[in-house]
Design a protein around this ligand. Structure first.
Ligand SMILES: Nc1ncnc2c1ncn2[C@@H]1O[C@H](COP(=O)(O)OP(=O)(O)OP(=O)(O)O)[C@@H](O)[C@H]1O
Length: 263
């Protein structure tokens, strides 16, 4: 099989010269800014030791830094070729197209399972009961949770396990039908069985969405991702197909990290 190129899979997002600063400290983008393509319907893993800038980079992809007063973003992030930081672009619309799932499940515990998923839909103005019912079911099926919860949709989310709550969070993100899903260590707080359920889910979701995942777990990056970017001290050191990064990294720093010599 020929190696994939951007012509064969298509670039969905791309960062160009991206630098994020917190005051006068660079959070990510040391060495000329991050230039990274994110391919459509593929899973891209961001790996690297703590504090290297993975989360900072991820949050730049849907303008989450707009909500952090001290953060400043330079450079471009293209979504289907359009810069999401261009004047006049509505960050709310960007976040609708590029959804986000955080490390800890963010289900609202006292709200029902149904309302947790419907919350995002109501925010974007969908009120019609039949449309809500359909969208909630579609999202819960998409998050591989429907069969486990279909008989207790009106019960509080607090009755679900941690892994189920994370899938509920994913269902909420999917409900508004994003094109890209950003995931910041989505299995960090989960046991191995729930982690596996989420990894299986990611593999099935990439038919529908483009996924970018931050993970501390290199085995996880190797298991689920198609492409991997390695970050170190605020610099994006190396990017390529996951198999190449893990079997024949070009940069000695990548090799040192993946062979467990630090981090
Ligand atoms: N809100 C903030 N204000 C100031 N500095 C920040 C802020 N968030 C992150 N940083 C700094 O930016 C750098 C990159 O942090 P970031 O959280 O992106 O790293 P990370 O690779 O995701 O780390 P971890 O794996 O521990 O989550 C670090 O030096 C961090 O201290």
């Amino acid at each position: 099989m020929l190696p994939e190129t951007k012509e064969t899979v298509g670039t969905h997002m791309e960062s160009k010269g991206l630098v994020v600063r917190y005051g006068n400290r660079v959070g990510v983008g040391v060495g000329g800014g991050v230039n990274l393509p994110i391919y459509r319907h593929r899973i891209t893993a961001l790996i690297g030791p703590s504090g290297c800038g993975k989360t900072t980079f991820l949050r730049a992809l849907n303008r989450m830094h707009d909500l952090t007063p001290i953060a400043r973003v330079e450079g471009e992030v293209l979504l289907d070729g359009e810069n999401i930081y261009a004047p006049g672009v509505d960050p709310v619309l960007v976040r609708r197209r590029v959804g986000m799932v955080f490390q800890k499940p963010t289900a609202f515990p006292t709200m029902s399972i149904y309302d947790n998923v419907a919350a995002g839909l109501k925010l974007v103005g969908i009120r019609d009961k039949r449309r809500l019912d359909e969208a909630v079911e579609r999202a819960l099926r998409g998050a591989a949770l429907w069969d486990e919860v279909k008989d207790r949709l009106r019960t509080p989310a607090s009755g679900l396990s941690g892994g189920q709550q994370q899938r509920l969070t994913i269902a909420r993100a999917l409900a508004v039908e994003p094109e890209v899903l950003l995931m910041d260590e989505p299995t960090a707080s989960l046991d191995p069985i729930s982690t596996q359920a989420i990894e299986d889910l990611l593999l099935s979701l990439k038919e529908q969405v483009t996924i970018v995942i931050v993970t501390h777990n290199m085995q996880q990056a190797a298991r689920v991702s198609d492409y991997t970017a390695f970050f170190l001290n605020g610099e994006m050191v190396e990017f390529g197909p996951t198999e190449s990064i893990f079997t024949k990294p070009k940069d000695p720093r990548t090799e040192a990290y993946i062979t467990g010599r630090f981090g």
